[in-house]
Design a protein around this ligand. Structure first.
Ligand code: URA
Length: 431
């Protein structure tokens, strides 16, 4: 079959700062998915987009073409509205775990099609797989049945959703083209729109542990995604949230499940509770439940009940004792003073090097590996006090993990303790 365009012309247009025609975009995504546009051609195009950007109409068309590369799910047979949340990825970001069952308490169906971790950010499925027996892979029929019966499902996104994005994301990862706003926005939104949720709340992270290190770029990403969602008929809201330091007091798979269960039991760290409740409120509002009280559902055990049913429905044992590491090592405060920095990126890399994350898609992860945090920025610490506890089954990893933390923990001996807690939710973007 002869092709209507030539990949080299498409690349040249973008390389020279031009605008791609809708038909060129449709073709290049389809031809790449079919293997007609070669990996090296798509990587040149991704770099041209990274350097020269895309106009709004191009991003909309690119997103549509990626959706059209695969199947669309349909939850319209459910008797309740659907709401979903997506985070752009952070360190210690376990929010999906308490959030999905919490929102489901209020008769809203929560289909959380999730991924695995890559690099320094963790993945929701890796966390849940530390629960003995828990199964990530569900068929579309199982997803619908669980949404109907339990109200919430967290599972692997099937290979049928936006296959063009799967290929392109893997390519971007190896060609330094991940951090382009048009490419991130279209990647995330193509999957979420194809998933078929009625409403979507985006948690756009800002800071060292996030893709977007500064608030201006994070705001632009949030606005781009909110516009894409709204245009596609999905009620979409974004919160910009802090990722300069890890969320909560744990990083790593089983450690984060433990902390999530504490939140579901009405406790847990204040920043994790704040963000879970803020995102739940947005999801419930978007789903037509503005009077719901998510804080009460955490305190009185209703969210925990849904969590237990959700885990059990996927063959996990909600009562199982979570695995713990065979080896731990403390990182101590080097002086008296106020902790001014506990850098999210450095802690994420250290946790990854302890075995909690993977360098390549096919690598295994250790359920037990990770980091416990004993002090957060703004708190006064004493020399010799543990700031972190590192966990792993493979103690030869401690050295490289400690190297990653070099410079990531800063104590100001003359610093003043910061009253209260730094804000977790920084801004809100609505359609
Ligand atoms: N997550 C995605 O799914 N895609 C991106 O491009 C970045 C984060």
């Amino acid at each position: 079959m002869s092709e209507p365009f030539d990949a080299v012309d498409v690349i040249r247009t973008k390389r020279d700062g031009g605008t791609l025609a809708p038909a060129q975009i449709d073709w290049v995504i389809d031809a790449y998915t079919r293997g007609v546009v070669a990996e090296e051609q798509m990587s040149a195009l991704a770099m041209a987009i990274f350097l020269n950007g895309m106009e709004r109409a191009e991003i909309v068309r690119w997103t549509r073409a990626m959706i059209a590369s695969g199947e669309r799910m349909d939850f319209s047979s459910l008797s309740r509205p659907t709401a979903d949340k997506h985070s752009t990825g952070g360190v210690g970001d376990k929010i999906t775990l308490p959030l999905a069952p919490l929102v489901a308490v209020f008769d809203v169906a929560v289909p959380q099609l999730s991924g695995r971790g890559l690099g320094h950010t963790g993945g929701t499925l890796d966390k849940l797989e530390s629960i003995p027996g828990w199964r990530a892979a569900l068929s579309n029929e199982e997803i619908l049945a669980q949404l109907d019966r339990v109200g919430a499902v967290i599972c692997a996104a099937g290979s049928g959703l936006a296959p063009a994005d799967k290929k392109l994301y893997a390519l971007r990862d190896t060609t330094a083209t991940v951090e382009a706003i048009p490419l991130i926005a279209s990647s995330i939104m193509s999957k979420k729109i194809a998933e078929g949720t009625d409403s979507l709340v985006l948690d756009v992270k800002v800071g060292s542990g996030a893709f977007m290190k500064d608030a201006d770029r994070a705001g632009e990403l949030a606005r781009t995604m909110v516009e894409l969602g709204t245009d596609a008929g999905v009620r979409t809201v974004a919160l910009l949230t802090d990722m300069s330091t890890p969320l909560g007091l744990t990083v790593g798979n089983a450690l984060e499940v433990r902390e999530s269960v504490e939140v579901l039991a009405g406790g847990g760290p204040a920043d994790v509770v704040e963000l879970t409740v803020a995102l739940a409120r947005e999801m419930l509002d978007a789903a037509g439940r503005p009077d719901a009280d998510p804080e009460a559902a955490l305190e009185d055990g209703r969210a925990m009940d849904v969590w237990r049913r959700m885990v059990a429905a996927q063959d996990g044992d909600p009562d199982a004792v979570l695995p713990t590491a065979r080896h731990t090592e403390n990182v101590l405060a080097e002086s008296d003073g106020v902790l001014t920095t506990l850098d999210a990126y450095d802690v994420g890399v250290a946790s990854w090097r302890l075995g909690a994350g993977r360098a390549r898609k096919e690598d295994p992860v250790q359920a037990v590996a990770g980091i416990e945090i004993h002090a957060k920025p703004g708190e006064r610490v004493r020399k010799g006090q543990p700031i972190l506890t590192l966990h792993t089954d493979t103690p030869e990893r401690f050295e490289r993990a400690l190297e990653a933390l070099d410079g990531g923990i800063v104590i100001d001996p003359a610093g003043a303790e910061v009253p209260g807690r730094p804000a977790t939710v920084l801004d809100r973007v609505a359609g």
